[in-house]
Design a protein around this ligand. Structure first.
Ligand code: FES
Ligand code: FES
Length: 218
């Protein structure tokens, strides 16, 4: 029997090569992985990058050192302990996190805090006090515009913005004549408030509350 295979390698050579692979296979994992693991702790994915952010929240200047990935909602809730704004979906679909930034309502879960350097931010805590409710807060109480109340801070911040839009004559998708002042119809208000979901279904009472305040301001 020949001592060589078709490739011309001798049985002795094949055994020697196999032995070498066994030795390689038994090498410590740390030795084998060293080139890959080197500098793993320096990975940009693992490193936390922070920035100093300053804004005016409910009339008070606040400065925070934040992970750049912090949402505005988390900055308010977790760092300033303003827990009135709620985290419902955390993906821009429910409106529970609505707050007013530089005069406009936004879904604060969808925006980074560092994008709002020097902004003026109003959360539900900045609208009224228990002794002196904002007119919309009082109207929500009067018209039973809530049940569990989870969506209510976002609804009220949104309604503040809606009243401002109407006052400034900004039309909506359901405005019949975009050159005329917006009408205070239920249809208009429902369209403008459509980004705020209420799982308790208090919609008709919410519209009554907003209609009352809007009527008083007309
Ligand atoms: Fe922001 Fe739902 S929590 S839209
Ligand atoms: Fe419960 Fe709106 S009052 S979700």
């Amino acid at each position: 029997m020949s001592d060589s295979d078709d490739n011309g390698l001798s049985r002795r050579q094949v055994l020697a090569l196999g032995g070498g692979l066994v030795v390689l296979g038994s090498a410590p994992v740390s030795t084998l992985a060293a080139p890959h693991d080197k500098g793993a702790d320096e990975s940009p994915v693992r490193r936390t990058v922070t920035s100093t952010v300053a804004f005016v929240v409910n009339g008070r200047r606040r400065e925070l050192e934040l992970d750049n990935r912090t949402s505005l909602l988390d900055a308010m809730r977790e760092h300033l302990h303003l827990t009135g704004s709620k985290k419902g979906c955390d993906q821009g679909q429910c409106g529970a996190c609505t707050m007013i930034v530089d005069g406009q309502r936004i879904n604060s879960c969808l925006t980074l805090a560092i994008m709002h350097q020097d902004a003026e931010i109003t959360t539900i805590e900045g609208l009224g006090t228990t002794e002196s409710l904002h007119p919309l807060q009082a109207a929500f109480v009067k018209h039973d515009g809530y049940q569990c109340g989870y969506c209510t801070p976002g609804q009220i911040c949104s309604a503040v913005s809606v009243l401002d839009e109407i006052k400034r004559g900004i039309p909506s998708h359901v405005s019949g004549d975009i050159t005329a002042p917006p009408q205070l119809t239920s249809n208009e208000l429902r369209e403008r408030m459509s980004g705020n979901i209420c799982r308790c279904g208090a919609y008709s009472n919410i519209i009554e509350a907003i209609t009352e305040v809007a009527g008083e301001r007309a």
